[in-house]
Design a binder for this molecule. Sequence first.
Ligand code: TMP
Length: 244
Amino acid sequence: MVTASAPVRGQMIYEGKAKKVYATDNAELCIVSYKDDATALNGLKKGQIAGKGAINNRVSNHLMRLLDRRGIPTHLVEELDERDTLVRRVAIVPLEVIVRNIAAGSLAKRLGIGEGVPMKRPVIEYCYKDDALGDPMVNDSHILAMGWATEAELELISTMALKINDILKEYLSGAGLTLVDFKLEFGRLPDGSIVLADEISPDTCRFWDANTGEKLDKDRFRRDLGGVEDAYGEIRARLLGGME
Ligand code: TMP
């Protein structure tokens, strides 16, 4: 059973580009620790964004709590401190699930569409999580043929992703932000059920100021636009200001 009693931190079981994951004395729980490290271009560009780990931890937990209240099951158990969060241990479905409302980034480039062009309906894309392959884009047919998810899981994941988009779009618009696109990851609990995992933060979303179009996300780092820390701080202030 999952309990919120103080977990004892165990060995590091995984280190990713932006987070470390530790086992705990409860086999069903682990601790995610957010780092200030930033990478882009599939790891070719590396740097640090001061304070990013703490901001992403708080912002992601805030958005996951919102989604949980609206019926989306997530891995979140409890925020432990500035950078660390207790989560349910999941087996990650090896897919990046990208939802797009406005053409930007790789879609704008691939299809030759100007960045900022709204689309008639949200687009869902899947990428197979494999750094060595550069996370190639795949479709439903690949996912089922390779057994990365079952048909029922994929149906659930796509339905959840679109519902998450609706909830976040509306919520963020109240904070003066346009949700351009974002990336989700899902995991399986020991009983096989699917929950939202990983993070939702300025690292994994494109947030544009609704009035000025200013980019308030990791594109400032990816594209050397400057003002990276200020952009992350602005997202924290708009979403959590008054709550800290
Ligand atoms: P893209 O336009 O570069 O494909 O990115 C689409 C969205 O997904 C954008 O909000 C950034 C996010 N994303 C990640 O979080 N991790 C990734 O590895 C990639 C490629 C995109």
